[in-house]
Design a protein around this ligand. Sequence first.
Ligand code: SF4
Length: 285
Amino acid sequence: MQPFQLTTLSQSSLQDYMDCAQRFKLRYLDRLSYPAVETEPALENEKHQQEGEYFHRLIQQHLIGIPAEQIARFANTPNLQRWWENFQTARDLTGLRKILQTRREKPGDVSALYPEANLSAPLGQYRLLAKYDLIALQDDKVTIYDWKTYRKRPRNEWLSGRMQTRVYRALLVRAGAHLNHGKPFEPEQIEMVYWFADFPEDPARLTYTSLQFHRDWDHLVKLVGEIASASAFPLTDDREKCLFCTYRSYCERGIQAGDMEQAEAEMEAEELFDVNFEQIGEIAF
Ligand code: SF4
């Protein structure tokens, strides 16, 4: 099969490459769609994922100006109700709610919110793309918010090592100048906040430094150089990863799907439960 000419990379594709080069090849070069059930129980997990996607859309609508009372009417399942209530009351989101309020009361305020912002920058022969849940500017600080509807709170160390954390912060330095009057953000101005809808008072706050930025960007350059020149995409040696992988029967790495609780406990299958914005439908308010 003639491989697809890949021109863009994202945190998801890079994470796939890190997890299993073969998965990266099948998904992004061969474009092989192989709809195996990724986790069990399948129906319950699919519902949870759909609710997670819908929740992202509710927050996005609120951030662009739809009043909370109106949004609350659409939070019409127990999960959505709880998440929305948590979003409204979480102490850690007080700063964000203040920005929203100030913006309503003083339209000239310099604080700025960019929900679902897209950034991109050249990286080797590719373009690196990222879609952020929210970039919030206040004073000289910039916060990347990412909403998570995981059933378990992952460890900060695990989150720090994820490609999402490394790509989102580094790309904001490389490609975020237009949000900062044409001046690139200093890494020290940036903080990434993973806010967990089911653990509202325990977000992960990951600050950034110039040293980390240079380390991350060097790592990304090296990684894409490796991808560009790769002639083989081996199967991972870590068979645990196959348990939650859609290609496992194709690779002859088992038929049975992994268990959702186990997946989340190990947090090995993040992409299964993360939100793909392209899949989110519009909500008519
Ligand atoms: S089943 Fe295993 S070896 Fe095959 S693509 Fe998935 S993770 Fe890689």
